[in-house]
Ligand binder design. Structure first.
Ligand SMILES: [Zn+2]
Length: 381
């Protein structure tokens, strides 16, 4: 590392320690707001116009910080989340530490390290005098870990004016970025029937559980289609007493899809389900569905990633891209047709677990690679 890089690294680590040691479970709105305040101050010092708003019914803190726009548009949106899955008190129990080249602590990689990479890219651009040539809009929300119910409209609206989106979720080991994520959701199937004494009057009943269970094989068969569809029947509830025919049964299905076409296939399947009937005098009702669209990539995404990979190779890295089943806020922006690359944070693993870690040696390369990619993409060689 050069002296300047060492300086940047030391500062980064000190700030990472502060962020990791600030508890910010999704439901801990004060903690999330504390993280937002720390970052807001830093971004204001870099000359960005920053604002914290409280979105949705649970008033989730969200931080937006922008450079000057280009006629209302931004070259990049830097998207990240300030919340973690860890309960309040976790940071006191296992505060930020380093061991064997790893940074440890709650949310160190998912994604407090990523938030700082975004911030340091802005700082690098400023130091090179380029912040008036490359327009960046930072959007950090506070409820990603529960599916962004409060911040989704805010993210979608903010992304409207942005040409490209970088999502700062952890980079996978050996600099694997995420270009594709499955979409998904929960389908709830409720069967209604007629209750009756199981022994004395079975002919007067209509067994909702039997009706519901009869649909399971066809739902499970969705898994056999070619492609990325999964449909797993996971929770079933019905009946209260052994001697009463149940008049209601409820099934939860976890559904994932790889493409918009697959999303349609699954939607059509469940829309048709009430038309199939196995047990007389019963009916089926469907609620929920695929509410998170898949994050699909286009030629433009690959083109942008190729710039990133080339900048990575100049640093001696060997980047590649992957697909993953889990969702992120990148699903919202990609579904709106905006070129989106995820996994722009520090390299890390074991998210949502106590042994979560980030690779300290990835910090400087991640910042440099993304900074250079922004420059090359917007300003050329
Ligand atoms: Zn995350």
């Amino acid at each position: 590392m050069t002296e300047q890089e060492q300086n940047t690294y030391d500062h980064f680590l000190a700030e990472l320690e502060t962020l990791v040691n600030t508890d910010s479970a999704t439901e801990n709105k004060d903690g999330v707001a504390d993280v937002a305040e720390i970052l807001k101050k830093r971004l204001e010092d870099l000359g960005l116009e920053a604002k914290i708003t409280f979105e949705g019914k649970d008033r989730t803190p969200c931080l937006k910080a922008c450079t000057a726009s280009k006629n209302g548009r931004f070259d990049f949106m830097f998207l990240g989340h300030m919340d973690t899955v860890f309960p309040t008190g976790e940071a006191a129990k296992r505060p930020f530490s380093t061991k064997d080249g790893h940074g440890l602590g709650p949310g160190v990689s998912d994604m407090k390290g990523g938030l700082l990479v975004a911030l340091y890219v802005v700082e690098q651009l400023k130091e090179r005098g380029l912040l008036d040539k490359i327009a960046i809009c930072i959007a950090f929300n506070g409820d990603e870990e529960i599916g962004s119910p409060d911040s989704r409209p805010w993210i979608e609206k903010t992304s409207e004016n942005c040409d490209r989106v970088f999502v700062f979720e952890p980079c996978r080991l050996e600099f694997r970025h995420v270009l594709h994520r499955k979409g998904g959701g929960r389908v709830k199937i409720t069967a209604k029937g007629i209750s009756s004494h199981a022994g004395a009057d079975p002919e007067k009943g209509a067994n909702a559980l039997v009706e519901l269970a009869s649909h399971i094989p066809s739902i499970h068969a969705l898994n056999d289609l070619d492609g990325d569809i999964t449909a797993q029947c996971t929770v079933i509830r019905s009946g209260e007493k052994t001697n009463i025919i149940p008049d209601e049964a409820v099934l939860d299905v976890d559904v994932r899809v790889g493409t918009k076409e697959e999303m349609k296939i699954v939607e059509n399947f469940f829309n048709e389900l009430p038309n199939k009937n196995y047990v007389e005098n019963t009916s089926i009702e469907i609620t929920g569905g695929v509410d998170r669209p898949p994050m699909e990539y286009t030629d433009k995404t690959v083109e942008l990633w190729n710039v990133l990979a080339e900048e990575g190779r100049k640093l001696g890295l060997d980047p590649a891209y992957i697909s993953t089943g889990g969702c992120s806020d990148g699903n919202w922006t990609a579904a709106r047709g905006i070129t989106t690359i995820d996994g722009m944070g520090t390299v890390g693993a074991n998210s949502h677990r106590e042994d979560e870690y980030t690779e300290l040696k990835s910090i400087i390369p991640a910042i440099t690679m993304i900074t250079n990619t922004c420059i090359k993409t917007v300003l050329g060689d």
